[in-house]
Every structure is written in C-alpha cells, then in structure tokens.
Design a protein around this ligand. Structure first.
Ligand code: FAD
Length: 536
C-alpha cells in the first residue's frame, strides 16, 4: 500500500511537471487510503497562510480527500506514525492566526476535498421526529453553496448565519457561527442535529445529542480539537423572499444598547425583527466602512449634521423578512417596531432586497476590496464577548478610551450586538461570559500596506488589540475571546475556566490522545514538538 502512495505522489509530480521530491516521512506514512497527497508548491503555499496574514507555516503536504473514508485513512496513518504527524483540517482558511495551519504536517483541504461534492449532495429531508427539515452536507462545504443548494431544492435555507458566507461548515461549527439571527435561533452550533467526525485516532463516529453526545457537543465550538467534521446535519426553514434592511443612528450608547437588548428580549407572541446587529462608527469612518455602500444615493446621509452629538456614533442594524403573502403588512409592522426605539430623529435608512442578496452582502464588499487590492492585506482582528452588565464600561474604556473617540483608528468596522445565552447550549465547547445577555464586539481591522509608523499599520493595530485586552483584564470586564487566540496553555485554561478546561482536556485525551489535530490553535502540545506551546 505504501507503493500506492508513492505512485500517487509520482503521478502528481509528473502531472504538474514539478521537480518536487516527496519528503521521506510521507513515503513512510504508508497506507492513507484514497484521496490525493500533494506536495505541489502552490498547494503548500496556499495551506501555509490564511485570511489574517499574520503567520505563515508550511505543511509537508496537502491532502485532498474524496470523502470521510479518505480523511479517516490519513488520520489513522498520522496517528500511527513514529512522531505523530500533525493533521489540520482547512475549511476556507479564513482564520486570523494560523488556526488551520499544520507546520511540518499535513493540511487536509476540506473545501476542495471531494471533487464530486456537488454531485453527491443530499437533498433536504423532512423529519417528523425533529418537526422540521434538514440537509446533510460535507464538512468542507461553503455556506454560500449550502444556501444555493437548499434554495433550489424546496426554497429552504439554514436558520442561523454568519455575516459572510464564504466560510466552511466545519470551520464555523468549530467556533460557533454567529450573526444577527443568533439572538433568535442561537448560533449555528445550536442548529445542528448530527455530525460525522473523524477522531484523532482515525475513527469515523456519527454523533448527536443522544449518540456519543460527548463528541457531538465537544466538536461544536471545539476548535477542531477532537476530530474533523466530515458531515453536518443542518436545520432548515422556509426561506423568505425579501428583506427590509434598516439602519438608525444613536449618539447615546445607553439608549443604543437598551434598544438592542429590548429587541432581542423574549417578546411573547409579539412581532420582532429577524436580525439585530449594530456597529460603532465615526462620521469619517463611514467612508471606508465596508458597510457604507448601504448609504447610497437613494439614502443620502448628512452625517456632518450629526457631528456635534459626539465623535462616536452607534448604528443599529435590523431586518424584517417578508414575502408576497406578508408584503402588505411589512410597513405597518416595521413602523410599530421602530416606534418603540430611541434613535436620533431623521436617521432611519431602509432598503429592500432579496433575502439571498442580504445574506451574501459581505461578498459584495469583498469584491470591491479585492479590486482595490485591499482584501489580501493583514487582518489583526479581535473578537470579544462582553457581558451586558459591563458593556457601558467597555464603551467608556475602549470606544471612548483606547480608540480616543476616533473609531477610524480601529482600521475597519467595529460590530456590536447582543445575544441571549439561553440560545447557546452549555454542553458545547464554546466559551461565553457568565451572563444571560452578552455582546459580540468585533474589531474587523485591515492593516494598510506601506502605513508603517501610522495608526493604520499592523504594529499599531496589534498594539491597540493588546491595550483593549489589558483594559478588559484590569477593569475585570469578564470578556471572553470569540475565535480565541491564546499563546500559552495557562491562558487557555483561564479562557475555559477550571471546570470547562478539565472537560476539554479530558475530551482531548479521549478523542485525540496524540494531540495531532488542529495544532495551529496552539492549545495542546503536539506530540512532535514538546516546545511549541508553552505552559508558563
Ligand atoms: P479555517 O480557517 O479553514 O479553519 C478554522 C479552524 O477550524 C482550524 O482550526 C481548522 O483546523 C478547523 N476546521 C476547519 N474545518 C474543520 C472541520 N471540517 N472539522 C473540524 N475542524 C475544522 N465568524 C462568525 O461566527 N460570524 C461571522 O459573521 C464571521 N464573519 C467572517 C467574515 C470574514 C471575512 C472572515 C474572514 C471570517 C469571519 N468569521 C465569522 C470567522 C469564521 O467563522 C472563522 O474564522 C472560521 O473558522 C472560518 O472558517 P474556515 O472554513 O475558513 O475555517
């Protein structure tokens, strides 16, 4: 079987015509089953970087599986290898700090994995037991493809989203997957019925709330530590046709957050918005904000007129879904909901668009940024969950403190919106603050090329991240990082808290005993590198 691998490599080399020598260790790996192991320099280069652009680490090879069996074959071989070869799943490489990288190991390219994915996709199914529809998808499938598939098969769509859809199912489920629907439906990890997971021993395990629940909940928000998700059963709903997208400005933070929290609170049988987000912005920041396209010629915005209120403004962003049967009542419903809010008079902007265009809105911005060469720049993002009881302190200490009342200094959009903890299953691995309501605060920064020495340089933005984290620690804000990035194991233990850390470490020992999976997260010491993760 080792011969089979050699043939595959030789075939690859002859196909691409590159004089690439497969490392001896790969040849010794033996039988990895099917799939294609590639040492093609362009594959290796792609797998060595990510959206963050902050770290770069080359794998020895990239594996292109055709299905779960191939992933299992590779992981089994790595598990049995002399040094415990690292294996990292890579969804779409949209991590910030090398989380999907596998220095010296093998990266499993999940997004382009089974070339036949499109042909083998399952149709949506109605389950009387679940009382709804679901679809089974490949773990490397992009959410945009899941959406297009389910829409074209019964007009269905997943219920819970991320703001950007060019992310893989396995990648977002390994974190949480949040957007403005999370207050109502919970994060994406609360909208999954079943998973197939290839554990760190190379076993394929089907798990759910009732079957192998430890692995199921461990893998949801589990940062790829317990296995590679090869299939996910995603809850669906009937997709609305249209969206009324509304923004309104506030200068008073207390009123802004009070309104956001009112909108996400349980409202009994009363009407509600379908999506609640918000962002912090300075008048000048709107110009560079990827969301500023909203303020179109049809919606002229005289922000200068608002400037005397404050250097910092807060923008509430909500939507109301509708279709042909409800189009007649949408105006009335939206007016009633807006009448309860305390935004600045005359600052409501609305636009109506198809549901798909709303969900895919960030891609439109991506294309514009790509055209300007601004998509591939370094992204020192910082995402925090902040308890609601401390969000006003956070405003004073960060938006009006560290940022010096100039959100333009943040180098990109700053999202802020609340969620209800009751919609998050405490059995999942994701860490949130110990409060019923908590906010996502996301600093989505882009470092400008050639901006050394200025506020927009990578160094300045990273310095600002550290100052924000220091402020949170010193003021005892109780914030938790979302898409966490910690350098030392004691920081991870603190991130999880004693009880959850004990459970997380126990699951690691059970499902990935050689710690070969997702080593780019830097949580556990990989078998082959005792010095990589410091304990101090
Ligand atoms: P990758 O970067 O490829 O992988 C991330 C981690 O998951 C790695 O550790 C990897 O090993 C592991 N992994 C990947 N696939 C699997 C798998 N199949 N099984 C197990 N582990 C796996 N997040 C939100 O919640 N909401 C948002 O609105 C949002 N918007 C974003 C917008 C942009 C432009 C970007 C760049 C990111 C955004 N994110 C958002 C963050 C995003 O959800 C995470 O970075 C996610 O991990 C990216 O998915 P990916 O497929 O690119 O994962």
């Amino acid at each position: 079987m080792a011969r089979c691998l050699v043939f595959m490599l030789l075939f690859l080399i002859s196909t691409v015509g590159l004089p690439v020598e497969p490392p001896a260790e790969l040849l010794q790996l033996g039988d990895v089953g099917g799939g294609r192991l590639s040492v093609d320099p362009s594959d290796v280069l792609e797998a060595s970087r990510d959206f963050g652009g902050l770290t770069r680490a080359e794998p020895m090879a990239v594996f292109h599986p055709r299905g779960a069996g191939d992933v299992a074959g590779l992981v089994r071989a790595a598990y049995g290898s002399a040094r415990g070869l690292r294996v990292s799943a890579r969804g779409h490489g949209h991590s910030i700090s090398g989380q999907a990288q596998a220095p010296g190991g093998v990266v499993v390219d999940m997004s382009h994995g089974p070339g036949a994915a499109a042909r083998t996709r399952a149709l949506p199914v109605y389950s009387p037991a679940l009382g709804g529809q679901y679809v089974d998808v490949w773990g490397g499938e992009l959410w945009i493809d899941v959406l297009n598939w389910t829409l074209s098969h019964g007009g269905l769509a997943p219920r819970s989203w991320t703001d950007y859809l060019y992310l893989s199912v396995g990648g977002t489920l390994s974190n949480a997957g949040i957007s403005g629907q999370a207050f109502h439906h919970g994060p994406q990890i609360s909208n999954v019925y079943e998973l197939d997971v290839v554990t760190g021993k190379g076993e394929v395990v089907t798990c759910s709330e009732t079957t192998h629940p430890d692995l199921f909940f461990g893998a949801l928000g589990g940062l790829g530590q317990f296995g590679i998700i090869t299939r996910a059963r995603i809850a669906l709903e009937r997709a609305p046709q249209m969206v009324r997208w509304i923004r309104a400005l506030y200068s008073n933070f207390t009123e802004f957050t009070a309104d956001q929290e009112r909108l996400i609170s349980a409202r009994g049988g009363r009407s509600r918005f379908d999506y609640v987000e918000g962002f912090v912005v300075a008048a000048e920041g709107l110009i560079n904000n990827w969301r500023s396209s909203f303020f179109s010629p049809q919606n002229p915005v005289k922000l200068s007129a608002l400037k005397h209120h404050s250097g910092v403004l807060y923008c509430l962003e909500v939507t109301k879904n509708y279709d042909d049967s409800t189009a007649g009542s949408v105006d009335q419903e939206v007016d009633a909901l807006l009448s309860e809010l305390n935004f600045l008079p005359g600052t409501v902007f609305t636009t109506d668009l198809p549901y798909v265009d709303f969900l895919d809105r960030v891609h439109t911005a991506e294309l514009k940024l790509r055209a300007k060469g601004m998509w591939g720049v370094p992204h020192p993002w910082l995402n925090l969950f902040v308890p609601a009881s401390r969000i006003a302190d956070f405003d004073r200490g960060v938006f009006r403190g560290v940022l010096g009342s100039s959100t333009a200094a943040a180098g990109g959009p700053i999202l802020i919106y609340p969620m209800n903890k009751q919609k998050w299953d405490p059995r999942s691995s994701v860490v949130t603050p110990d409060e019923e309501v908590f906010y996502l605060v996301a600093f989505l920064r882009s470092a400008l090329p050639g901006a050394a020495g200025t506020a927009q340089s990578l160094e300045a933005l990273e310095r600002q991240n550290r100052r924000i984290l220091d402020f949170c620690a010193q003021a005892g804000i109780g914030a938790k990082q979302y898409l966490p990035n910690h350098k030392a194991q004691h920081e991870w233990a603190e991130h999880f808290g004693a009880r959850r850390w004990e459970r997380f470490a126990r699951l690691k020992a059970e499902f990935d005993p050689r710690a070969i999976l997702a080593t780019g997260q830097g949580i556990f010491r990989p078998a082959d590198s005792p010095a990589l993760v410091s304990d101090s």
